[in-house]
Design a protein around this ligand. Structure first.
Ligand code: ADP
Ligand code: MG
Length: 393
């Protein structure tokens, strides 16, 4: 049996969030806004090297129902959880946990001078994005609130305005929650174009939509949430980041974006050579993927996805048993390409599959996990690329 995680259609999500709002607060919200989760097609562990990534917005979204208030009070609700406070009292680590993602957005927008001093809000959350699966439920949550607040106070929400909001969401996650996130997730959640993947350039912060019409090609991106138990990997992320920065320093370049394979070969340290080698080859694979997609040859990107996995597994060393099992089983069952996606050490993998093979590939991945005694994975389908954060009700 394969377990599918379905998206919630926008009208249902809007009704669910508004109903939750009414039952918590006794009145209706001013409106409901949503933002998408995302899956990164390719371009992993290159953001902090000024590199290129190619995420796609999922049809799975997080909605917030919001009612503005003019007394600086924040009341946020998700499921049975609640936090009450004021925007003025938000600080690093306070509130801790999930409420920090929401309170942090209001805090960061106020620091940027985007909100009146007395800004407050009541907020309820309803989400179809799997949490902690590497599909960016955290950015979906932040960005849904950011666009809601922007609309409520009348900020411009053109791409420049959205880029600024994305910066506030990154600040919320880095400074209030204390999670090291590079900005990729917030860029796609706020700046996606429907029907497109988004080429995110972490070197200069620019984005460019890349058309992706998988359905027209009879293809789908199967997302495999391994549900791997959380591991203590904080130190690993920092270590990889240090290696990448140290490599750039030894090569005398501002970031590895400016390096090529011959530069990498000059690194004396074998570990640095492998880490930097991943970054340089991964950026090249992103360029190759974009070139194929831009010329309508998306069916041919499979080998680039698989090469990305091999590089992340063997040279960057951020994969794990669950991810390798999912990738190997998907490829053996006929996927055109497969790779881990996200930071690694758990989370999700993707497989590019022909539509007719979706069920077979998913069954093979689930069966491989069962055979190895791994936790049962969940499956999602990434469609043609969802739209960015916007008002839905
Ligand atoms: P990911 O972004 O890959 O899902 P993170 O660890 O970055 O994983 O973010 C997950 C955290 O975001 C959760 O532990 C929770 O604190 C917060 N979060 C995400 N979605 C929700 C939600 N619907 N309700 C409350 N908190 C949420
Ligand atoms: Mg996250």
């Amino acid at each position: 049996m394969t377990e599918w995680v379905a998206p919630i259609p926008a009208p249902d999500l809007a009704v669910a969030a508004a109903l939750a709002f009414r039952s918590w607060f006794g009145v209706g919200p001013d409106g409901v806004w949503s933002a998408p989760g995302r899956v990164n097609l390719i371009g992993e562990h290159v953001d902090y090297a000024g590199g290129l990534s190619l995420p796609i917005a999922l049809p799975h979204r997080t909605a917030v129902a919001v009612r503005g208030r003019a007394d600086g009070v924040l009341r946020v609700r998700s499921g049975a959880d609640r936090w009450d406070g004021t925007v003025a009292e938000v600080a690093p680590g306070a509130p801790g946990g999930w409420a920090g993602y929401l309170a942090g957005v209001a805090w960061a927008m106020r620091r940027e001078g985007l909100l009146p001093d007395d800004f407050g809000a009541d907020v309820t959350v309803v989400s179809a994005v799997p949490i902690g699966a590497g599909l960016s439920s955290s950015a979906a949550l932040e960005c849904a609130l950011a666009i809601a607040v922007a609309d409520l106070v009348g900020l411009t929400t053109d791409d420049t305005g959205r880029a600024r909001l994305a910066g506030c969401c990154v600040a919320a996650e880095n400074e209030i929650v204390g999670a090291p996130t590079g900005g990729l997730d917030q860029a796609i959640a706020l700046r996606a174009t429907a029907g497109h993947a988004l080429l995110v350039d972490s070197g200069d912060g620019s984005v460019a939509p890349v058309p992706v019409d998988l359905e027209a090609e009879g293809l789908a991106v199967l997302v495999i949430d391994t549900r791997a138990p959380h591991r203590l990997v904080d130190g690993q992320y920092a270590e990889r980041r240090r290696s990448v920065e140290a490599s750039a320093e030894r090569l005398g370049v501002p970031s590895l974006r400016a390096a090529d394979a011959s530069d990498v070969a000059r690194l004396a340290d074998r570990t640095l050579r492998r880490r930097a080698g991943h970054v340089v080859t991964e950026i090249a694979r992103v360029r190759g993927t974009v070139a194929l997609m831009a010329s309508g040859r998306v069916a041919e990107i499979g080998p680039l996805l698989t090469a990305s996995h091999v590089s992340l597994r063997d040279d960057f060393e951020v994969s794990c048993t669950e991810l390798d099992s999912a990738v190997d089983a998907a490829l053996a069952a006929g996927a055109l390409g497969a790779r881990m996606t996200g930071g690694g050490f758990g989370g999700s993998a993707i497989a590019l599959v022909e539509e007719s093979a979706i069920g077979r590939v998913a069954a093979a991945v689930a069966s491989a996990a069962a055979t190895r005694g791994l936790v049962t994975p969940g499956f999602l389908l990434a469609g043609a690329g969802g739209g960015p954060a916007h008002r839905i009700g």
